[in-house]
Design a protein around this ligand. Structure first.
Ligand code: WT7
Length: 650
């Protein structure tokens, strides 16, 4: 069982939703939650159909859920809709055009505010530029941008005309761009000359150039000028590369939203799994639309006057669902910030909350732990009284960080929603209802409406602590892995004979029926909320001609949640030295990105293996965490671990 089990199994503090909050909340009591939850489970189709009625449909669905080809479920089959329409046009029609959709702040301090009308016009222009360049329904468009308004605008523009976006987080390397572009046969890449991060300029266009050099499928690279105080040289390839600003003046701001079929692909988002090859997670139109709309509305208890801020990057699913689609569909004002939390100083986030009077703040446990380390002084003089709700996402939050968040940021008056979900689930699965659920530090608590979790053994027996399983399909679920339906079935639906979705997390159910997430049960590691497959790093290391074998594991890390430790053996006759170590680090930077660098690369003569040759990662974890070694009787050569312990302590 993952080690978090021990920490959280002693946790028994519980916090009722603050009365003032509950009084005004959409779901204001445990009874109200239970009533709606039971209804959503007894009649999921009725429940989701009702939720869908808040939104705009060009054509109504024939069926809510079609399970005939399970696990290739269809939601709202027969319907036609457009998620961009629901994010923008619908609000204009309702007279909300003047409401601010986006308060954007660049890292150097530049600010832009866009109303829903402004955003509608920008998106329409962008969509017209895409059309002019021959992009249409079903075409794949990769987006590699800093956190600037054009990131949101370009996604909505794709959705408006039915193009499929595939966002690549700005921390990924050229090789990662290449792999994703080739896998999805991307026709266009949208990027920027640069962006700011911790006072430095990220030269994104140059990375794209390197990445797409061998990609014949790419017809155009559309380049946005980040603007501001930098003057970098941005080479443009004739016939392929175009400046967005040169094209936007030639188009108008009218572009009708394309009616999309319910199951038309909306976007791809690549994520790590247990093999060396990332998976292109597929999300489609109607189900994702309804799920992100409803989860946003209830989990963040969104109200017309709210100012919401999610600190995630749009390069991850959190940004897709809870910056772009879920929040905009609810017509709520939000803040978007380009840069680092500690630039120009460690008080930046609190300053932003104060400046825009943020009411709803959604961030990651790793950030919270960093704030704790930076000290309370950064918050002391800031006015955080606008806050009414806090949220966390991305990894288990340790009770200590939860308590700090509750006391120092929330002043003990803001409920905290610890939301468990995944790239694959599209939206929140386990989460408190802020006005209804008593929260426990470190616990993702209860299922969202329509979600039926269980904790099972490998054999499918219901137990207290084991593997998390999800019983019924839900509208936001992934529809597949791009061009690999077999892998989709095998990864998510095979464990319990197709009856449950397998998310890959361990969980415990407590006496109140609350779910505690215990971390991954597969070879996926969560570093600062970034999901990294250990196999991805291993396959990079073994590409080095001097490396024979490698095993990468995750260990607890004070700030990042988890850190990576790499064990590497070299081929006979080769030396391991600092030069090799540096070469291996450079290979990770090049193949994945700097964020995937291991904490340590430990050289070893051999790796602990069973007699059948399987690497015993459990023992590697014991060594790395300085624990007493578990059962070693199955080891082929018991001498190996002693040797490794010596290496590790060096
Ligand atoms: C994995 C999914 C959810 C969007 C960002 C990450 C872990 C996520 C929690 C939470 C404990 C969490 C799980 C999950 N995780 N949220 N509240 N408590 N663990 O999305 O990159 O697809 O990663 O993140 O292990 O499987 P992702």
């Amino acid at each position: 069982m993952p080690k978090n089990f021990e920490t959280v199994s002693h946790e028994n503090r519980s916090f009722e939703p603050p009365k003032v909050f509950a009084k005004e909340a959409r779901i204001g009591s445990e009874a109200a939650y239970q009533e709606l939850y039971q209804r959503s489970i007894a009649d999921p189709e009725g429940f989701w159909a009702e939720a869908a009625q808040d939104l705009h449909w060009f054509k109504r669905w024939d069926s809510v859920l079609d399970s005939t080809e399970a696990p290739f479920y269809k939601w709202f089959d027969g319907a036609q809709t457009n998620i961009c329409y629901n994010c923008l046009d619908r609000h204009l029609e309702n007279g909300l055009g003047d409401r601010v959709a986006l308060h954007w702040e660049g890292e150097p301090g530049d600010q832009i505010s866009l109303s829903f009308s402004d955003l509608h016009a920008e998106v329409s222009r962008f969509a017209n530029v895409l059309k002019k360049l021959g992009i249409g329904k079903g075409d794949r468009v990769a987006v590699y941008l800093p956190m600037i308004p054009e990131l949101v605008i370009s996604l909505l523009a794709c959705a408006r005309i039915g193009a499929v976006h595939s966002v690549i987080f700005g921390g990924f390397s050229a090789d990662s761009i290449r792999d994703r572009v080739l896998d999805s046969k991307t026709k266009m890449v949208i990027t920027a000359d640069g962006g700011f991060r911790r006072g430095k300029i990220l030269e994104l266009k140059k990375i794209v150039d390197e990445g797409v050099a061998v990609c014949d499928c790419v017809q155009n690279v559309l380049v946005i000028k980040r603007g501001g105080e930098f003057d970098i040289d941005c080479p443009m390839t004739k016939g392929r590369d175009l400046w967005y600003e040169d094209l936007v003046d030639e188009v108008d701001a009218t572009c009708p939203a394309e009616p999309m079929e319910a199951e038309d692909l909306l976007f791809l988002l690549y994520t790590s799994g247990t093999t060396g090859k990332p998976k292109g997670i597929m999300h489609t139109t109607a189900g994702y639309q309804v799920f992100t709309y409803l989860t946003s509305k209830y989990v963040f208890d969104l109200k017309p006057d709210d100012v919401y801020w999610c600190t995630a990057d749009v390069g991850w699913i959190t940004g897709h669902s809870y910056i772009v689609y879920g929040i905009l569909q609810n017509g709520v004002t939000q803040v978007m910030y380009e840069g680092a939390p500690d630039f120009p100083n460690q008080g930046r986030f609190w300053e932003i909350i104060e400046r825009y009077k943020v009411t709803t703040f959604y961030t990651a446990p790793t950030a919270i732990r960093a704030f704790m380390k930076w000290g309370d002084d950064w918050l002391a003089e800031k006015d955080l009284s606008s806050l009414r709700l806090l949220g966390t996402v991305g990894e288990p939050i340790n009770p200590e960080a939860w308590m700090w968040y509750h006391a120092k940021v929330g002043a003990e008056r803001c409920p905290i929603v610890d939301t468990w979900w995944q790239t694959e689930t599209g939206g929140h699965m386990l989460t408190p209802m802020p006005g209804a659920t008593a929260t426990k530090p470190g616990c993702a608590t209860v299922p969202f409406f329509g979600i039926e979790p269980d904790v099972l053994t490998e054999d499918g027996e219901s137990v207290e602590a084991g593997i998390l399983a999800i019983k019924q399909p839900w509208p936001g679920m992934l529809r597949g892995i791009y061009s690999d339906p077999q892998r989709f079935k095998e990864t998510y639906w095979c464990k319990w004979g197709g009856k449950y979705y397998f998310p890959g997390d361990g969980a415990r159910k407590d006496e109140d029926g609350y779910y505690w997430i215990l971390g991954r049960v597969d070879d996926v590691v969560n570093v600062s909320g970034h999901r990294i497959g250990t196999a991805e790093l291993e396959s990079v290391f073994v590409e080095h001609t001097d490396v024979a074998e490698s095993a990468v594991i995750g260990i607890p890390h004070e700030i990042k949640g988890q850190g990576l430790i790499a064990f590497v053996t070299v081929i006979d006759g080769r030396e391991f030295d600092d030069k090799l170590r540096q070469e291996l680090v450079a290979m990770i930077d090049k193949s994945i990105g700097k964020f995937a660098r291991p904490e340590r690369i430990v050289f070893s003569h051999d790796l602990p293996k069973t007699r059948s040759g399987k690497i015993m990662r459990r023992l590697l974890r014991d060594i790395a965490e300085g624990r007493e070694l578990g059962n070693t009787t199955t080891l082929a050569d018991p001498g190996v671990v002693k040797n490794l312990q010596v290496q590790f302590e060096k």
